[in-house]
Ligand binder design. Sequence first.
Ligand SMILES: C[S@@+](CC[C@H](N)C(=O)[O-])C[C@H]1O[C@@H](n2cnc3c(N)ncnc32)[C@H](O)[C@@H]1O
Length: 520
Amino acid sequence: MTDAECAVCQAPASQRCAKCHITSYCSKEHQKQHWKTHRGECSPYRVCQNDVLGRYLEASRDILPGEVIFRDSPLVVGPRQVTVPVCLGCFTPVDGSYSCTSCGWPLCGPECQMVVLHNPECQLSRNRPVKVQVQKFMEVNQMYECITPLRCLWLKEKAPDKWATLMQMESHLEQRINTDVHEVNQANVVNFMRQYLRVLSFTDEEIHTVCGIIDVNGFEIPGPSIIGLYGKACLLEHSCIPNTTRTFDTQLNIIVRAATKINKGEHIQTSYTDPMWGTANRQLHVRTTKYFKCICNRCLDPTELGTNLSSLRCTKCSSGSILPSPSPLSPDAWVCNGCEETLNLDEVEDYLKWTGEKLIALKEGSLQASENFLKETSKKLSENHYYRSDVKLALAQMYGRSGEESNSNIQALSKDLLQRKETLCREVLALADIFSPGKSRLRGLLLYELQASLMEKYRRLPKKMRMSGIGKNLLKESISALEDASEILMYESPLQDEYQLGLQAEDDLKNAKTLLSKHR
Ligand SMILES: C[S@@+](CC[C@H](N)C(=O)[O-])C[C@H]1O[C@@H](n2cnc3c(N)ncnc32)[C@H](O)[C@@H]1O
């Protein structure tokens, strides 16, 4: 160890806390002396490294569900690569009615011109003889592809510590050379910086490296088109069943919490994909954007842990499931596990493409079209297929919430549709419990919808039955769902709709508890 300082006396330190591997000491005595203070702040993880994962995080003690593992402030935030023109101070879409008086990049108004976030591109665009001119609004604009790379490159001179942290991140530059993404970045980022902005102070390699770092390590922040790079959070490895959940506060800090209990020694993992995607889509995403092959138990099991999330139904024997064979990592053929009926990959892909297009064409908010989609796909897709589960999730959230009078609120739902909402919630929740377990946003949303159905069922019971075991059980299940839902949804930033739902869940919880107290 080199220039670490003792946390007690600031002398050169050669020993580290064995739990977090972060705080340093000059001697055993000072470590012992510091423990009372350090115990409360000793981080629950340590940074480790191996040949497959590179750097990763491991729990240095047991971590409880919901516990904050760390908060991390961004090294860089900027617009996502593919974006419509946005204000470079606050990221809201802009229409060109105001531009920075120094550089010409569009902003939403003079207050955003003062925002320090905008400094890098503002100063680096000033070599141009005339100001930047953005012309295409309301559609994706390639000029914005250079902004987040410029904000990274800016650190080289202005914040060398942050630049050093950035340069430790994985860029996978070697794998990217000669690929489409490299070619696009050469044209839209490297050449654009040189020819249009006249930024000449960085090498091609440096520019391509930061582009790789953004793609491999960037976190998409919910809301308008923002990507963030974080020095600690970038160390989280991928799992198709993550044990953490992440949220962002209003300052764009990332907060990583344990979703499930993480035992000492276990890896701390996030998901780079949506855990509700099927194996082929998850594999494609991590292979093409993060440059590795996931070989977790879920990816290696064609049934996706018995859920059949990616399977087709066999139309020949009608009891079997058609699954990729021999493994989802090399799916040449799909075979029925009941009668060995075989489909070739093209047939499967054609059907999935056709179904995927139907799903995209579903009009948002159309209950009947969504139910028809489920009916039409029930013969060929497994009950839990990811396309079907996606539609079921949307329906579970739509019933009793929007549209025609009979669906405008939960009280207006017919008995059958109220039951339908409950069934849909339970079906998707069973999958979320497996793939997005614990205190995940998905479970929070579903639990909120489930309790809404249960509480409405309770309200519809004749008065006598409400006081019976049936009524009590409905209330108890609602309370348990609301306890989890309110906690999970209030992890979100107050700017998110989920947080508002969390507040509602808190109120509903109080009311449900009051009702239950009348049973005693
Ligand atoms: C965001 S970085 C994670 C930190 C990185 N390991 C480092 O040392 O900086 C993502 C990269 O980590 C590696 N990685 C993460 N999860 C992995 C997994 N489940 N299997 C294999 N490699 C993984 C891949 O190289 C991936 O591109």
